[in-house]
Structures are given as structure tokens and as C-alpha cells.
Design a protein around this ligand. Sequence first.
Ligand SMILES: [Zn+2]
Length: 292
Amino acid sequence: MQKTPEQKRLKIIIGVLILILIFAVSVLGLIIVSDKKAHDEVSNRPEVETALFDEEANSKEVREEEKKSAVVIDNSNCATGFGNLMLINPNFKVTTSWIANRKKQLISVSKTYGIQEGNKNNGDNLMDAEAAKHLNDMLKAYEEYNPGHAMVTRSCFRKVGTKCGRLCAATGTSDHHTGLTCDLIDPKYGTELNADYYNSHKEWQWLRENSYKYGFIDRFPAAWAGGPMSEPINVDENGSTGLYETWHFRYVGIEAATEIATGKYNDGKYDSLEHYLKQIGKVKDLKNGKCE
Ligand SMILES: [Zn+2]
């Protein structure tokens, strides 16, 4: 059937209206979508801010961790801030709370490297991680250069001091509080602590001559004892240590150990840590515990 012109016009108008409707719906749809997106972005913003905040919180935690791993400074002893060169002796004392904090920063030498503690009564042989790594290297070399010999520790970190005359240091005054020290015993020579006896063995002499290469020093050499061990303790302003212990090795780092062992500030002779710290200007008054 043939459509009248009016019917044709109506059809065109309806078609145009449908197109307009489709267009309008599409535009409306786009507006809704973009609005939702914008809304989402806005509502996401607090999350972004939270994330940034969390990141900040995390880095605060990291900073706290870093603080924990750094050596705590005891305000009553200026030399605890010297890192591997820290000084604790009867004139540079530390508090019991400092000692307790220091303990938390140490690792077990036996669990980490299999180096055994020779005296079970001493508990775990705790030490600063960097020092323990170097101790392990040094003792492996000791075994290599001295076949049939090995070393065990005879206490490293000590929480409390001991009272046994000149050979021991009271709580707060011991180099063993630093976490950088171990007494070392070669079981081949028994367990009796006799300085001259150990000194007479060539294996022990190897340790004394080579320990600086691993960052360790003979902490209490005879020349710096400040007099015979039978006399009262003498820790003076010139750098005497008051002690003579051939088994006591202290980590100070390779550079300082080399300067101490080769006597850079002591006419080529083995130095004491006390005298060295005064010579390099870190300590001002060895008798009264004052730093520069
Ligand atoms: Zn010792």
C-alpha cells in the first residue's frame, strides 16, 4: 500500500525523535559514568592519603629499627658513642640499663657460626654481628695455620661483672659489656686462664700477631697492664689498662686494629685502646672519663 506524504513525514519525525532519544540517553549515560568516575576518584583520595600516611608510619618504624640497631649511647659514658671503638673501663662506666639494651643488639656466635662456648655456665656467647663475622674468619684462619688446633669462646658479652681480683671487672666497668669482645681458649691447652702459659705457645703468638687483620686487638697486653698483676688495679691517664690477659680479644675494626697493633701512635709498639683513643683525640681525660 502506497504511503501518503503525511504518513511519510510522520515516519521521518518519529525516526528523528528516536535518534534524538538515543543521543540523549547516550549523553546522559556518559555523564553518569564520568560523574561516577570522578566520584570514585574523590572517594579514593582518602585511601591515597592513608597510603601515604602508612608509608610515613613505615619509615618511622624503619627509623626506630635503625635506632635499635645502632649502639645505644649512655650519657654517663661519652665513649659509648664511638661505635666499634667504644670504651668501657673503670673510668668509663656504663649503667645496668645500658648493658641490658646492648644485649638486645647482639647475636649468638654459637648459633650463627658454630663457635662453641667453652664454659656452659657462661650461657650463650653473644656478640655484635659485624664483630662475630670477623671472629669467625679469624678462628677459621687460626685452625688453618695451626693444624689440629681450634678455639672456643670463654664468654663474650657479659651482663654482670665478676669479682675475682685483678683479672675480673665489676659490673659497669668490663670490656665484655661492649658486645665486641670474646675471651678465647684453645682447648688443647686446657681451660685454666694463665696469661703467661698461653703466651708461650706459638699458636697463641700467631693469634696475637695476626688478629688485627681481622679487626681484633689483644686488648690487655702485658706492656699496658700498669704494673704487676699482684698490685692494685691501675687505670691511669696515660692509657694503662690495669689488666694483662692474653686470651681477651676485642673487635675495633680492621683500620683501628692495624694502627693499634703496629703502634702508629706508640713508636711502633703495640698500643692500648685507651692510649690510642687519647692519641687520636677522641678521649680527653682517661682518668676522669671525659671525651673531646
Ligand atoms: Zn676477658
